[in-house]
Design a protein around this ligand. Sequence first.
Ligand SMILES: *Cc1c(COP(=O)(O)O)cnc(C)c1O
Length: 499
Amino acid sequence: MSVKPSGFIQEEPLSFEYPAGGHVGVKLRALDVPEVDPAEAMAGAALRSDGLQALPQLSEFETIRHFTRLSKFNVSIDAAMYPLGSCTMKYNPRINEVVARLPGLAHVHPLLPDALVQGTLEVLYRLDELLREITGFEAASLQPSAGAQGELTGVLLIRARLEAKGERRRYMLVPDSAHGTNPASAHIAGFEVREVKSLPDGTVDIAHLRAQMDDDVAGLMLTNPNTLGIFEREILGIAEIVHAKGGYVYFDGANMNAQVGIARPGDYGMDVMHLNLHKTFSTPHGGGGPGAGPCLCTRELEPYLPVPRVEKEGERYRLNWDVPTSIGKVSTFYGNAGILVRALSYILALGGDGLKQMSQVAVLNANYLRHKLANVLHVATEAPTLHEVVFSDKGLAEHGGITTTDLAKRLMDYGFHPPTIYFPLTVHGALMVEPTESEPRAELDRFVEAIVAILAEADRDPDLVKTAPHLTPRRRLDETRAARQPILRWTPEGSPATK
Ligand SMILES: *Cc1c(COP(=O)(O)O)cnc(C)c1O
């Protein structure tokens, strides 16, 4: 480990690379059985064959420092604005954590009989009810553990419904501006993807949709507001075109933060959708989970929802496994129950007016940034946008030849997580900013000032920006190699696996 001045972010080796000091984190009683080499016993044959000689030898204190240092390598919403477009990185109120840690909820075993977990079942039932009220749908399953899994569940419902009607349709329509998970979900559910073109402002090209929709198309997957943050004005007409040919509209609800308390997908003709509780409803995300992507649908699609369903009989709650038409289970037990508790806590804490205000302020904050930055960056669309704003790289290279990547990397030196870049693909060199409602005006102003300062730096000294970041524990990584030849596990020096 080299020592160099780096403030409070210290370089940190892997725990395996610490010098073996013979330290341990636990104190065990004296042995009353024959002694064995602990490293041998714990590492097991599989690890030893890779040349792993010993497990890390760290005391409790060294272990705490190891993980605390590593945690500082990461950026979080608790440290600064995290304007990652489409991801809705909002503050996670601590009351959610307090509620989720109540022993009666946190310590429940998922295999307990219904009679002993009435409280947990009530939490699930009430969340189900509130999410249906928020979205305008008749039925829900809280089981899917991510947005993408909610999509897959929803598309499977469409397939099951069509099969029940004796139809096996081949295609699913997906607009070219869609999130990558949409075509992936359609494909996994057994459909071939047919692309629908979008107009320059990212809204659906209605004429192209009409041409693509026929009797062999199961439905359309749609994000609204779309990835440019524009509300689909023709949404009723779009639903009509799909329904007229016997198809169903899947609604990607990841952008619900723009419309909670204002518009309900169930009211504007959508058939099935998912929510990202880890986006819209403030449960933690980043780093891969845990998340929750409840699936909501119309009465027509309800018989196919995953089992078990949470039901109420009189004053008692129960899990109903006996739904022969169901597509089956999509998660173990009842999904990520701890995340569901947090989402309910958030919804109850804000109430109906609070949730509406959440969306209004999210839209206001994004438009504040759009307005403030319109003089220095190129706004990708003329049309009014809601909870996020996308800039293109038009004119950016006039500042010393920098690119969207350079701007994003330099933002890290100013203490901001970079916005989403180069997505949507329909905008050249896209920079997609979603501040969410959490950010106070002072932080939004700080972000604007950082962008203005970076452009001025690029005019003066382009290399400073082109080689950024300079103040992070790691500099520019080889992103192509990271994607093409990922090294997914550590192997010790000299082990067979490294050769
Ligand atoms: C985030 C997102 C998804 C996928 O959600 P995950 O929880 O990451 O699986 C799908 N569609 C859109 C538009 C999104 O922003």
